[in-house]
Design a protein. Structure first.
Length: 367
């Protein structure tokens, strides 16, 4: 299988449309993640690719072959579900090899392929156990083993780490990324966790209300979000946003909003209304906010609202004329609540969005 391609795909349940006009190409051997909030249509999209749901309209192709009419067992894919879906009365070895048994693969070949999958996942010593004797992480590895033993062209993973604790999720993220490299197959991954999407993916497809918002490499999604939804969803904590207007005065462009006046660089790429003003939203990520205890040119005075120690960083929320601006700074941070501080925004890290529809204005404020 070289690629998975969706062209104008819709999915409706009765009068409710859950996926709308989705066109997306997943490249050969790519790790692509579908990400978005609950109910955005990402799992339904995965199930349509797998064949567990039939598209209401549009076409799905594996390479140049249209597969929308084929049942799940006729598509060259393997799926890993959120709930593991292991047979409780079968051993790990029997669970991993069950699909091969149903395909009437010879016993010797089943044993060889199950052994290879177990070695890849580091679960050789668990083959004789039942699922009830396994930890959550071990069960997840068994579910992965059941998928990879089939040697499918594409692996579809529907929030497989959501039932694991935070520490184990970090370990499994790395293992999944390594597994993708070892197998050299197409991975299509669904999650609502933007950290998983950022750390594992070659590309990320962000969805909202059944509509694809942006599909790009993690760096581009983060640095050049297509709209305010992508900017807010991809980032923890989310991007700071301030509503205001652009003003053009004496050949310069500046932002004014919520008591903040911010000079913008000459590289602003946007159209202004005939009156020289336009309603916009200014965005800046917390790690790009500069914080000083003394007044600086171009900085804005405010008061510490709260400071939260995150370990390697401190997240400081500053009240600037009623706007709560978050800044990520290194520890230690020992200033108390209501202490006066000053914050600044580096021009080359600013984003502008339309206040009307949330779309990004230009590629970014600066080149």
């Amino acid at each position: 299988m070289a690629e998975v391609r969706l062209e104008g795909v819709y999915k409706s349940f009765g009068s409710t449309t859950v996926v709308e006009d989705l066109s997306l190409t997943i490249r050969d051997r790519e790790f692509l993640t579908l990400v978005g909030p609950s109910g955005c249509g990402k799992s339904t999209t995965l199930r349509m690719i797998c064949g567990l749901e039939r598209a209401s309209a549009g076409n799905i192709y594996f390479d140049s072959r249209q597969v929308g009419y084929l049942p799940a067992n006729k598509r060259d894919v393997a799926m890993v579900f959120q709930g593991y879906a292991l047979y409780p009365h079968k051993t790990v070895e029997e669970n991993i090899g069950f699909a091969l048994k149903m395909m009437r693969v010879p016993r010797a070949e089943i044993a060889e392929r199950v052994g290879q999958a177990a070695r890849t996942l580091g679960i050789e010593e668990l083959l004789a156990r039942k699922p009830r004797e396994l930890s959550g992480g071990q069960r997840q590895r068994v579910a992965l083993g059941r998928a990879i033993v089939r040697e499918a062209g594409a692996y579809l993973l529907d929030e497989p780490l959501s039932n694991l604790d935070a520490q184990l999720r970090v370990v499994m993220r790395a293992e999944l990324k390594r597994l993708h490299a070892d197998l050299s197959r197409t991975f299509i991954y669904v999650t609502h966790d933007q950290v998983e999407a950022m750390t594992m993916s070659d590309r990320i497809a962000v969805m909202k209300d059944g509509v694809l918002q942006q599909c790009a490499a993690p760096e581009e999604i983060y640095e050049r979000p297509a709209n305010m939804f992508v900017a807010a969803f991809m980032g923890s904590p989310p991007m700071n946003v301030i509503t205001g207007e652009l003003r053009e005065e004496a050949g310069t462009v500046s932002f004014h909003g919520q008591g903040i006046a911010q000079q913008l660089p000459d590289t602003v790429i946007t159209r202004l209304d005939g009156a020289g003003e336009r309603k916009v939203v200014l965005g800046v990520r917390p790690e790009h906010v500069m914080l000083s205890t003394t007044a600086q040119p171009g900085f804005h005075p405010g008061k510490v609202f709260v400071a939260e120690l995150l370990g390697a960083d401190v997240l400081v929320t500053v009240d600037v004329n009623g706007a709560l601006i978050k800044a990520r700074v290194p520890p230690p941070f020992q200033l108390g609540t209501d202490t006066t501080v000053h914050i600044g925004f580096p021009e080359h890290k600013l984003h502008l969005f339309s206040d009307a529809d949330g779309r990004a204005l230009g590629s970014r404020v600066a080149a």
